[in-house]
Design a protein around this ligand. Structure first.
Ligand SMILES: N[C@@H](CCC(=O)N[C@@H](CS)C(=O)NCC(=O)O)C(=O)O
Length: 208
């Protein structure tokens, strides 16, 4: 199996975390975003939208979009299932993957981009209005998941699932971008984050 991406990329990290949870390895083919390699014709054979990650299975099957790749890997590979069998827990998992994609990550990324990535990419000084917009969005999301995580250990129920896999990369960068104080205001979210970030899979992926 081959994963085309970068170890620091959020979406690549979801794929690598899924592989680690399943106890599997893939070859990581580095696509250097700083050199614009994601837009090269050779890479766009793997991902027509020119972003990372992309995946290629041993039988030549190609797939792009991290959330599709993680569902495929979970379904196909041996190892513990990251998709609940209970129909309600399954629906909750899908709900919280959607919450991550539609509400959490877009807000968290405003803070992450302005405070962490903008400088590295030579994009100028942080835009405080955008940061505050991002923080408000994250606060709204945390306010919604706080009571959920007061009743259960994980987003879908009592087991770690693909929902966590999609949230973890953005949570990690959000905390690194000064979001720890906000996380600390939500005790159940903070306890959940401690629980998931201490997993061996996450340590392996982040080198922590
Ligand atoms: N929806 C895509 C998003 C992929 C994405 O935005 N990747 C970023 C890195 S995490 C990227 O390649 N950015 C470079 C670019 O936009 O040119 C997925 O989940 O796979």
């Amino acid at each position: 199996m081959k994963v085309y991406g970068l170890p620091m990329s959020t979406a690549t990290r979801s794929v690598l975390t899924t592989l680690a949870e399943k106890g599997q390895e893939a070859e990581l083919v580095v696509v250097d975003l700083t050199k614009g390699e994601q837009k090269s014709p050779a890479y766009m054979e793997h991902h027509p939208f020119g972003v990372i990650p992309a995946f290629e299975d041993d039988d030549g099957f190609k797939l792009y979009e991290s959330r599709a790749i993680i569902r495929y890997l979970d379904r196909k590979l041996p190892g513990p299932s990251l998709t609940p069998s209970d129909v309600h827990a399954y629906a909750r998992m899908e709900q919280f993957i959607s919450v991550e994609q539609c509400y959490f990550s877009p807000s968290a990324m405003k803070v992450i981009w302005e405070r962490l990535f903008k400088k590295v990419m030579g994009g100028g000084t942080p835009d405080e209005a955008r940061i505050s917009e991002g923080l408000q969005g994250v606060e709204r999301v945390f306010g919604i998941i706080e009571p959920v995580l007061g009743k259960q250990q994980y987003l879908a129920g009592d087991g770690f699932s693909l929902a966590e896999v999609t949230w973890m990369p953005y949570m990690d960068f959000f905390v690194a971008a000064g979001g720890a104080e906000l996380v600390g205001k939500y005790p159940n979210v903070a306890a959940w984050w401690e629980r998931v970030r201490s997993r061996p899979s996450w340590k392996k992926v982040t080198g922590a």
